[in-house]
Design a protein around this ligand. Structure first.
Ligand code: 5GP
Length: 116
């Protein structure tokens, strides 16, 4: 259910391990456990927002912070010129499986379009 806590809460609290590549006051970035590209990182807000449908005037800054984090990370790892993709999936048709919003950051290969 979308109101339940998720595995990502446990990654934020460091109860379960993850390969963390970015962290600030608002955002955590860690490697996806099932990478779809040579570089596949998930950027998540440190507060739980279940889906993109739950973004509102009060929490939208977190979404901006995800973009800021992704851009900083791309520069840090030197992939900003080659390029990368950020994706957020919403609910069943979007392919969302973890109900704590997350920005997929994919880089390191030529990505195709449209996605499947
Ligand atoms: P979604 O399908 O919801 O857009 O993406 C969820 C992502 O979380 C998937 O790419 C999946 O591989 C990743 N994931 C699920 N559980 C874990 C976990 O315990 N650790 C890490 N690092 N990634 C996870």
């Amino acid at each position: 259910m979308t109101n339940d806590t998720t595995i990502f809460d446990k990654i934020i609290s460091k109860e379960i391990p993850a390969v963390i590549v970015f962290e600030d006051e608002f955002v955590l970035g860690f490697k996806d456990i099932n990478p779809q590209a040579p570089i596949h990182v998930l950027f998540i807000p440190k507060v739980r927002i279940a889906t993109l449908n739950d973004v509102n005037e009060g929490n939208v800054d977190y979404v901006a912070k995800l973009h800021l984090a992704a851009g900083k990370y791309a520069k840090e790892i030197g992939e900003h010129e080659n390029g990368y993709r950020v994706v957020m999936n919403c609910n069943a048709n979007g392919g969302q499986t973890v109900f704590h919003i997350h920005m997929h950051f994919l880089a390191g290969r030529q990505l195709t379009w449209p996605p499947g």
